[in-house]
Design a binder for this molecule. Sequence first.
Ligand code: ZN
Ligand code: ZN
Length: 308
Amino acid sequence: MERKLRPINFEICQGKRFVGNEKDERAFGKAAAPFVAMLRDLPHKNLPYEFYLDNLFTSIQLFNFLRINGYSGTGTIRHNRIPKQCPLKSKAELKKAPRGTFDHCIAKDVGIILARWVDNSIVTAASTSYGVQPTCNLKRYSQSDKKVIEVPRPNLIGQYNNFMGGTDQMDENLGRYRISIRGKKWRWCIFTWMIDVAIINSWILRRKSMGVHSEQLSFRRDMAQTYLRKYGVMPKVGGRPPTDRNSISCNRVADDVRYDEMNHLLVHTPNKKRRRCAGEGCISSVRTMCSKCNVGLCIDCNQIFHTL
Ligand SMILES: [Zn+2]
Ligand SMILES: [Zn+2]
């Protein structure tokens, strides 16, 4: 399964000086209080976000908060945070049971399901949106039977395993083509980090919305070229004109832009200077251009140029 997770909010760690919301800290714990504050900060409420949390954050209070606010939560939970009205079989009891055994319980008053499952170790998880069914069979090597056996896994734990680790995934994506800048000021790193995150978000959204597979590098190239074409100024240099190989091709318009059927307006060239028409096979020299693609175009070529 391809995972398309993306960050929606962040907070810069301010160390011990940060004064959190005391009421939240009492209700959700020190670790989860900043997370609740970040959710409250979101400009759009009730978007159907699904959150996957590890046992540092998960608590019944937090999951109840998520559920009331239209979000869903799934995560591993610490033993001492399991509510008393949810008696799951104890770890000691389950340790004797074969792998794949699980027990579950529903906290009816808050609509949260809890499950405890025996794998290599014993895992306890909670969810506001996934139950234990449908289980999925995993292949595990059994030492005692000396063969591969099938071990059923409850759905909420499967979902957790599939989607946990979004921050690590983002760090991995960020690390690949990070913007490097030679400034000495520490705040530059925060600034470029935010741009990098925005780029990665748009890359993921593009793949998600258009169902296209594109590499991050080619996405970044297309984006840089688009901005250069729109806002860049080519230096006036003497000598031989640059060849295709060593210059950013100014006349090549990224296909994503060229065929997006949005705001391609035929306008006058700046100062009504003549430009060569970019239409294929056209030799006209014209005073009209596409305002978005930033290429000269005659009226005849305009439509053909923008049609796949
Ligand atoms: Zn255009
Ligand atoms: Zn033309």
